[in-house]
Design a binder for this molecule. Structure first.
Ligand code: NAP
Length: 247
């Protein structure tokens, strides 16, 4: 019960890594606010959280909306008395396009990078008021090395890696800020790619652990970073990638 007494705010909680993280934090005792732009999927996760015996709240919001982020934090503080762990899992991927048009570039930057910053910024005062807290962002292997995804995705995730370091430097000691860099994880985001046998086979050759990741693999790393076991860890970009970036 590493998160007993804690209140977690998880964005992108309606699907994939965000949902697995909300459930893992709940299983470790946290009360969890499940945020997604799709209210039904957020409610579905919140229901599963409550099924684990802790309080779970569903909230609908778009993380690119500054005011919505501020309202979220107010609502959560009103309901749970504070916020102690923020997980920024809301994100979008793009097509495999080596030269995405400017609108697509902007969409990726808006959600993956600006949305991460806006949510962190909105929660900062509440984390400090709670006597300290954690922010865990989700970057990607494509935030630290080049690859086959779009330059817009790679730039947004590279931005998340260094935003994480910068916030760790400037928001410590009250707030610890870390990120995880997952390899390919089997979620709705990657379903189309992974349904292509040729893509799967080529990609898999680059994974020393010879498999793609599961949302639970990433949730376990996020739990560690959000818990007191990582109390001397801030500003890191932790690969959760089956060895992809080691090769
Ligand atoms: P996912 O299954 O598509 O889940 C992402 C969730 O975020 C969806 O419910 C999505 O809603 C929501 N979302 C998107 N934009 C939002 C916004 N503006 N405001 C609020 N919610 C929003 O994807 P995932 O694979 O779990 O990805 C989670 C994070 O991990 C993303 O940042 C992704 O880039 C990162 N990541 C994933 C992988 C991977 O291989 N899966 C690898 C490395 C990093 P909609 O369905 O409506 O878009």
């Amino acid at each position: 019960m590493r998160m007993r007494g804690r209140v977690a705010l998880v964005t992108g909680a309606g699907s994939g890594i965000g949902r697995a993280t909300a459930l893992r934090l709940a299983a470790e005792g946290a009360r969890v606010a499940c945020v997604d732009r799709d209210g039904d999927s957020a409610e579905d996760t919140a229901r599963q959280v409550r099924g684990l015996g802790v309080d779970g709240l569903a909230l609908t919001a778009d993380v690119t909306d500054e005011r919505a982020c501020a309202r979220l934090v107010e609502t959560i503080v009103g309901r749970f008395g504070g916020v102690t762990a923020v997980v920024n899992a809301a994100g979008v991927r793009s097509d495999l396009d080596a030269a995405p048009p400017p609108a697509e570039w902007q969409r990726l930057l808006d959600v993956n990078l600006t949305g991460t910053y806006l949510m962190a910024r909105a929660a900062r005062a509440a984390l400090i008021d709670a006597g300290g807290g954690t922010i865990t962002n989700i970057a990607s292997i494509y935030g630290v090395v080049g690859g086959s995804l779009s330059p817009a995705y790679a730039a947004s995730k590279g931005g998340v890696v260094n935003l994480t370091r910068q916030l760790a430097v400037q928001w410590g000691p009250a707030v610890r800020v870390n990120c995880v860099c997952p390899g390919v994880i089997e979620t709705p985001m990657t379903a189309a790619l992974l349904s292509d046998p040729a893509w799967r086979e080529t990609a898999l050759r680059r994974y020393p652990l010879a498999r793609f990741g599961r949302p639970e693999d990433v949730a376990a790393a996020i739990l560690y970073l959000a818990s007191d076991e990582a109390s001397f860890v801030t500003g890191v970009a932790l690969p959760v990638d089956g060895g992809y970036t080691a090769a």
